[in-house]
Each structure stands twice: as structure tokens, then as C-alpha cells.
Write a protein of this length. Structure first.
Length: 254
């Protein structure tokens, strides 16, 4: 008879294995979908270059006017560096013929690196602006983080590892800003700083839920495409068998 502790240990190990598989993107690699997901990611995000640029430029103007020109220009320079690197990788993926799993994994890893750099630059911008504001309501940096999180949920769901990484970085910054204020001020529970903290938790839940919805819809579309591809292959195989049968019968009749 198995002990409850052994069952619990097996359950925990299974959860850890699934977590590691999600982090390493093993499910995507095993399914053979990685090349298509890379193409979908690039073709979906590459045309949004000017939208991202308008967001960077607008946030830079606001930060320079209301907070600090040095911080604004520094973060804008970081964002442009990450955009340059990301566009280089995207251009290589667009020219790629989609063959070779090792090359697909290399492209995925390069996009992951540019994702980390981009998310860190956005998080750095939010933290620096929050520090300039002091222990108060951080409307501007938190709204920027919210916009970045929703943008990632809508446009990064083709590569789950990239999406998870970006959301983790944004989530850490999201929590760091109000928690730092709570640690420095030690306010009572009825203060605005605690209200801000609980609001941040609600916003994080909303962003994560949106990301899960987009990811689930995309995977559902991939499953439907796989089913259609299987049916097409079956129909083609049946047609080939029928053609061979008709050819044999015609030959025998002659």
C-alpha cells in the first residue's frame, strides 16, 4: 500500500516537471510547431514596429517633461537598442525557410534574449519614474506597465516561453514598486499605499488572465490546423489508393 507522503511527493514532482517543461518550451518543440510559431510571432509583431515606436516616444516625452529628461532619454536609448536587436532577429526569421529544428531553437533563444532586454528596459523605466515620484500613488509607471503587459498578452502568445518571461519581469516590477513603498513608510492598513498594493494584485490577475485567454485561443487554432492537415493527408492517401486501384483494374480489363 502506497503511503500518502509518497503520493504527495509524486504529485509535487509531476507539477515540477510540468513547470520545467513550460519554462523550457518542451511541449512546443515536441509538437513540431516551433517553426510555425516563430513565423507567426514575427509576422504578427514585426508590422507593429511603428506602434511600439509611438509608445516609446510618447512615454519619453511625458517622462522628460514631468519627471526627468535624463531618465527619459536613457530608457528611450535602451528601448531603441532592444528594438534594433529584435528587428535583426525578426528579419532573419522572415528570410528563413522554416526548416531545421536546431535553427528554430536558436531563433527562439535569440528572441528570448531580446524579449528579456526589452522587458528589463521597460521595467527600469517604471522603477526610475516611481523613485522620482516617491512614496505615493504611482499612476504613470503602473499604467505604462499595464500597457506593456497587455501588449505582450496580445502579441507574444505565439511563443509561450517569451510571453512567460516578459510577464514574469513585468510582474516583479509591478509588485516591487508598491511593496517598496510599504516597506519604507510602514503605513496603516487603511492607507492609500495598501489600496495601491491590492489594486496592483487585481491588475496582475487581469493581465495574466488575458494572456491565458490569448494563448488558449492560439493553441486552439493550431490544434484545428493540425486536424485539417491530418484530414487532408488522409484524403490524399485515399485518393492515391483509389487511383492505384482504378489503374490496376483498367490494366486488367485491357
Amino acid at each position: 500500500m502506497r503511503s500518502p507522503s509518497r503520493d504527495l511527493g509524486a504529485f509535487v514532482l509531476a507539477l515540477l516537471r510540468r513547470f520545467v517543461d513550460a519554462l523550457t518550451d518542451k511541449e512546443t518543440i515536441r509538437s513540431g510547431r516551433l517553426p510555425k510559431q516563430l513565423k507567426d510571432y514575427v509576422h504578427g509583431g514585426h508590422p507593429l514596429f511603428w506602434m511600439r515606436q509611438s509608445m516609446y516616444f510618447g512615454s519619453t516625452i511625458l517622462a522628460a517633461y514631468y519627471f526627468s529628461p535624463k531618465v527619459a532619454l536613457l530608457c528611450f536609448a535602451l528601448s531603441q537598442l532592444t528594438e534594433f536587436l529584435d528587428n535583426m532577429v525578426c528579419a532573419n526569421v522572415i528570410r528563413w525557410n522554416g526548416e531545421g529544428l536546431a535553427r528554430a531553437i536558436r531563433f527562439r533563444n535569440q528572441l528570448l534574449i531580446t524579449c528579456i532586454l526589452s522587458a528589463v528596459s521597460v521595467g527600469t523605466f517604471a522603477i526610475l519614474v516611481a523613485q522620482i515620484e516617491g512614496a505615493t500613488w504611482h499612476f504613470t509607471p503602473l499604467v505604462f506597465l499595464l500597457a506593456a503587459g497587455l501588449f505582450a498578452a496580445m502579441n507574444n502568445h505565439q511563443l509561450p516561453l517569451v510571453l512567460y518571461t516578459r510577464l514574469v519581469i513585468y510582474g516583479v516590477v509591478f509588485l516591487y514598486i508598491p511593496i517598496k513603498d510599504l516597506w519604507d513608510v510602514r503605513p496603516p492598513m487603511d492607507s492609500d499605499l495598501w489600496l495601491q498594493f491590492f489594486t496592483v494584485l487585481f491588475v496582475l490577475f487581469f493581465v495574466i488572465n488575458c494572456s491565458a485567454i490569448f494563448l488558449r485561443l492560439y493553441r486552439s487554432n493550431l490544434d484545428q490546423l493540425d486536424e485539417l492537415r491530418i484530414e487532408r493527408d488522409r484524403a490524399h492517401a485515399a485518393y492515391e489508393v483509389k487511383s492505384q486501384f482504378v489503374s490496376v483494374v483498367s490494366h486488367e480489363l485491357r
